[in-house]
Write a protein of this length. Structure first.
Length: 170
């Protein structure tokens, strides 16, 4: 689990260190082929070298015009303390992603076939990509989420996996 103070600092850095008039042009230039973790890292290096990938992703989600969500995940138990598995620790979506119907939320179990799961299991921290459907995710007792396709890009950073959900389509 990430230290709560460090998470708070990442959120503040996402608002202050990545001032939109500077970060957005760098991000648009780096993401000419579409938003990706690599594009976010390139823009971060240009505007705020040394800032964390998490704070850069939080800022990118906030200013990106197309639907996007940033997910962090780690091994944790269900809310009742049982069944440890790879679960969403945090998800930040922009308004467009919420309007598209992105329903993923904290503590959801990540499907084993997801690029997020594959990235978490990669000891070399290589990026993993995939085209997935939100309907493959389930809520205990309620069944699968509604259908929503997305592209997933994920990479492991220490005990966490970071994921970017983009190109959402019903």
């Amino acid at each position: 689990m990430k230290d709560p103070v460090e998470s708070a600092v990442d959120h503040i850095a996402g608002l202050l260190a990545f001032w939109e008039p500077l970060f957005k042009p760098a991000l648009l230039n780096a993401a000419s082929g579409g938003l990706s973790l690599e594009a976010i890292e390139r823009a971060c290096m240009e505007v705020a070298p040394g800032a964390s990938l998490q704070s850069a992703c939080l800022s990118a989600v906030r200013i990106w015009n197309e639907p996007v969500a940033f997910v962090t995940a780690a091994i944790s138990p269900k809310c009742d303390g049982t069944a440890s598995s790879l679960r969403v620790q945090n998800i930040v979506t922009n308004d467009s992603a919420r309007e598209m119907g992105c329903e993923v939320r904290k503590q959801m179990r990540i499907p084993p076939a997801s690029a997020l799961s594959k990235a978490f299991g990669d000891i070399f921290a290589s990026p993993h990509r995939g085209v997935e459907n939100q309907a493959d995710w389930e809520v205990s007792g309620r069944g699968p989420l509604t259908a929503l396709g997305w592209q997933v890009e994920a990479v492991r950073r220490g005990p966490m996996v970071y994921g970017l959900l983009t190109n959402m389509a019903v």
